[in-house]
Design a protein around this ligand. Sequence first.
Ligand SMILES: *Cc1c(COP(=O)(O)O)cnc(C)c1O
Length: 431
Amino acid sequence: MLNHSFSINEKGHLTLSGVDTVELATEYGTPLYVLDENDIRNNCRQFKDAFQKYYEGNAKVYYASKAFSCLEMYRIANDEGICADVVSGGELYTALAAGFPAERIGFHGNNKTPDELAFAIDSKVGNIIVDNITELELLNEIAKEKGVCQKILLRIKPGIDCHTHDYIKTGQIDCKFGFALENGEAFEAVASACKLSNVELIGIHCHIGSQIFETQPFADAADIMIAFAKNIEQSLNKTLSEINFGGGYGIKYLETDKPVPKDESIRILCEEVKIACTKYGFSLPNISIEPGRSIVGDANLTLYKIGNVKTIKDIRTYVSVDGGMSDNPRYALYQAEYEAVVANKAKEERDFVCTIAGKCCESGDLIQEHAKIQTPEAGDTLAVLATGAYNYSMASNYNRIPRPAAVMVRDGNARVIIKRETYEDLINKDV
Ligand SMILES: *Cc1c(COP(=O)(O)O)cnc(C)c1O
């Protein structure tokens, strides 16, 4: 099975962290997001421990909370002593409501509104990652009105083209995020930021993409970012002491996926940073990363009830579940791949090829095509694996389908961390 937390019990049911998923579906209803707390905590620790081991300077791990954002998730990240990255006023509000310390929050986004910037400054977030010149000037204005000086980083596009889906690539020049390096835009932005009195430029940031299985793009980023920092030091007499390398560490969605172990990813990053510092004569900076998917993605699943199985002779079999793009839009968005298991038949052979379809009124509402599962029947419980990241956080009320509940499991126990939406919730804001 994909992750060590998945297992099969004596009834032949799929379990996660010792909890029977078929019983979960009965007790809490479906669709249901199930997250493994031990695994999330271990992921945080693995990143932290690796930096302890491989980096002599200061290093921080920011949980990229857009992957899965709710009160309990920020509490866990806080409890693990890591930082959080937020990309909207809503994520910032949720983090603060969970008691997450503002000074350990970084605020991202390519089009933060004036209200969001003011909210971030008033909340005293640790830093704001500035995306463009308009934002830089606006932020300086707002900070001036409030009589404060806000710490900032600048988001840089380092010009790295990594092998991942076009929609989740963010390092190349044709990308909506940040300042390009190769045309001098990033240099100009640093020069402009240095002249402003109500922002303090402390560093630079890059995020090259997501679900990356190679180490070379991260090594390249280390070299490029440090070369740039050195250039800034020499040309502008300004030392950028913080370099944030973003997230993007790939996870195992399919049995055949081979993600780089976290320890190894961090070892290589630290090594490359040190090599580049020696090469360019730059002092070891404070470094940080922003993993999202690799904190919350892999030891989690979504449970559905199969409603019907429709075989179209010589074409395909549709297996329809009681959720769909409303709780997991990732296949519809970019053909994201998943493994699925009939949770109540987990011991049987997965040799039935089918298309797993949702219940939304869209032909494109599919969870997976060419999926291999146990022979399905109406009433079975289907588990789609590794859905912890970018599922709940991308969920919608399309077709007025209430968003599912989420439960956290740990060592044989389960607790609700997000309640299921009700029909009343759906009309709550209607007038
Ligand atoms: C999305 C994003 C991340 C997290 O990416 P993962 O692939 O989930 O690790 C980190 N930093 C920034 C700026 C992002 O946009």
